[in-house]
Structures are given as structure tokens and as C-alpha cells.
Design a protein around this ligand. Structure first.
Ligand code: BMA
Length: 325
């Protein structure tokens, strides 16, 4: 029996499966619908973590002028959220508020005693990763821009491994990026990053043949690090984003142990196939309960809503190995 290495989360959102799908959707999806915040038309591609017995999250909110920014939301059950109407302010050294051009696709990862927020930030109109942190989801601080433009889909490992922090990312372009592989970089201090190398290339399978990007923070398990990621394909009607999964070696995280050739979920539900950008299923965070092996994945649907999907460590590992590429 595989195990999640981490804390128990007895109040993890949950629904039992009705069939033998490797990952299944919450029957009451989407959990966040249109116009959830004043002046915000859509919330999607967002990250939730356990916080103080409930849940806290950093949400991508598309404002009514069409520019995305980051919003804070909280929930007692991980399903029903209330949001702050004001955008999150990140304080720079010296106290000034960081001036956003735009901000999207946040991930949140607890490392040691702080929650790190990584998002795609606009600098002089170019997409670049930004890293901020908070201890209480009230005061947020700007840490750095880890890499040069152009880069997106930054995902931090939740702890140091052999004395180093590791960050996944996806070098990109200034547009919709019709290419892309997942890269890995390391740092002694979360400021200086180096030893960049390609961790995983896009696959020959069509669903992940155009580009791939890290999704949720890697989950530590007895079998290695479980990473949920997105794979995109190109069709004559645009890109289609699906959910994929891979297991990385426990100590040598630059080694892929098992990579699933099948997607685990692909846009099929109405709220994934219809919306601002049809056919997008974009995972950004996962909750885990080490006690039961349950996993709850938060994902954006069609760049319009937030959905939840579930699996267990045994079920997902069996599937990854069964359909290993
Ligand atoms: C990517 C990102 C995501 C988005 C996806 C589909 O390039 O911008 O935020 O979900 O495109 O539009």
C-alpha cells in the first residue's frame, strides 16, 4: 500500500467514486461560478491550502476590464468560499505595495513556516514568474522574480530535498506558447536559482503533444513525488488542456520514475468544454489526507470556473503504472 507522507486532513473535501475512473469529478461542480466577486467576472486556475482548521486560497480573478489579478478567499469546507473584494497587496522591502501589471495562475505551497505564492506576473508586458509569501494570509510579501522572462507555471516543492529548494517552471513565449516542457531549478535560499535542466518533455501522445506545465505542488509519497500537470494539444479550434500525472524519484527529483501515457481527466463536463476558453482543464493545487490517502484537486474549467476532482493515492498510482508510457 502506497502512503502519502504528510499530515492528516480529516475535513478534506470528498465524494466517493461511482466507477473505476482514476480521477473523478465532484458531482456539484463547479464550486465557484461566474461573477463571484464584485468587479470580477471569472475565477479559475486557483490554489487552495489547509489553513487554521479550514482552507485558504489565492484565486485568479479576471476583473471586468479583462485584466487578471490575485484575490484571497477562505472556506470552512474547501467547497464554499468567501472572497475579499480587494486584490491581494504584496509588500516590497521597505513596505511599498508591489505594482501589478497583471497576475495569473497562482500556486500556493507551504514550505517550512510560510505559504509561498507563485504566479505568472507581467513585467513590462512580459510574462515572468513571481514569488511572494505570507504567514497568515493577511500580510503578503514580495520575495523575488526567480527567473528571466518568459516563464510560466512555477511550482515549488513543499520542502528542501538534500538541502536544496526545487522549482518547476515552463519557459514560454509572450503569447499562447505553442510549445513547452517542464524545467527544474534548484536554490539554497529561494532567491538564487540555478542548475536548470529539462525535467520532462512534451509527449508523443496527442493530449500532451504540444506543451506540458506543472500543475499542483508535488505530493510526497512512499513511492516518490506525485506531480499532477497539464498537457495541451492543438486542434483546428484551439488548444485542449488535460490532466496528467507522473512520479518523480524521492531523492533524485530530476529522475522521472513513472509517467502516465493516458490523461487522467480531459474536458468532458459542460463547465470544462464551454466557457471563455472552451476545453480547458487546468490543475493548480491539491489537498491530501495522509490518514486515508485521499486527494482533492482544484482545477480551472474553461478559464471560467473552479472545479474539484478526487482520487486516492492507491488508485492514481496504480493507473500511472498501468498506463505508463
Ligand atoms: C494558458 C494560461 C492559462 C489558461 C490557458 C488556456 O496559456 O494562460 O491561464 O488557462 O492558457 O487559456
Amino acid at each position: 500500500m502506497a502512503k502519502i507522507i504528510g499530515e492528516a486532513l480529516p475535513n478534506i473535501p470528498w465524494q466517493d467514486p461511482v466507477d473505476n475512473s482514476p480521477v473523478w469529478r465532484y458531482a456539484s461542480n463547479p464550486i465557484i461560478g461566474r461573477n463571484p466577486i464584485e468587479n470580477v467576472t471569472r475565477v479559475f486556475n486557483s490554489a487552495v491550502v489547509p489553513f487554521k482548521g479550514g482552507f485558504a486560497g489565492v484565486f485568479r480573478g479576471e476583473t471586468k476590464n479583462g485584466i487578471p489579478y490575485l484575490y484571497f478567499g477562505k472556506s470552512a469546507d474547501g467547497i464554499h468560499f468567501t472572497f475579499n473584494k480587494e486584490r491581494i497587496v504584496f509588500h516590497q522591502k521597505g513596505g511599498d505595495a508591489y505594482k501589478f501589471e497583471y497576475a495569473y495562475d497562482p500556486r500556493v505551497v507551504k514550505v517550512e513556516d510560510a505559504y509561498y505564492v507563485i504566479w505568472c506576473d507581467g513585467q513590462h508586458g512580459l510574462p515572468v514568474l513571481a514569488l511572494g509569501k505570507t504567514k497568515d494570509f493577511e500580510r503578503f510579501e514580495m520575495v523575488s522574480h526567480p527567473f528571466l522572462p518568459f516563464n510560466r507555471n512555477g511550482v515549488l516543492f513543499p520542502r528542501k530535498i538534500n538541502g536544496k529548494y526545487y522549482l518547476l517552471s515552463r519557459p514560454s513565449d509572450n503569447g499562447h506558447t505553442p510549445f513547452g516542457d517542464i524545467y527544474i531549478s534548484e536554490s539554497p535560499d529561494l532567491i538564487y536559482w540555478g542548475n536548470h535542466s529539462r525535467l520532462m518533455e512534451r509527449g508523443y501522445e496527442w493530449w500532451q503533444g504540444l506543451k506540458i506545465g506543472a500543475g499542483c505542488a508535488p505530493i510526497e509519497t512512499s513511492e516518490g513525488w506525485l506531480l499532477f500537470y497539464h498537457g495541451a494539444t492543438q486542434t483546428c479550434n484551439g488548444f485542449v488542456y488535460s490532466l496528467g500525472a507522473v512520479i518523480l524519484d524521492k531523492d533524485d527529483v530530476r529522475t522521472v520514475k513513472h509517467r502516465c501515457g493516458n490523461f487522467l481527466l480531459t474536458p468532458e463536463a459542460d463547465y470544462e468544454t464551454v466557457g471563455f476558453v472552451p476545453n480547458v482543464l487546468f490543475p493548480c493545487s491539491a489537498l491530501t489526507d495522509a490518514e486515508t490517502g485521499r486527494i482533492a484537486i482544484y482545477y480551472g474549467g474553461a478559464d471560467t470556473v473552479v472545479g474539484l476532482a478526487f482520487t486516492t493515492i492507491d488508485r492514481v498510482l496504480d493507473y500511472i503504472v498501468k498506463f505508463e508510457r
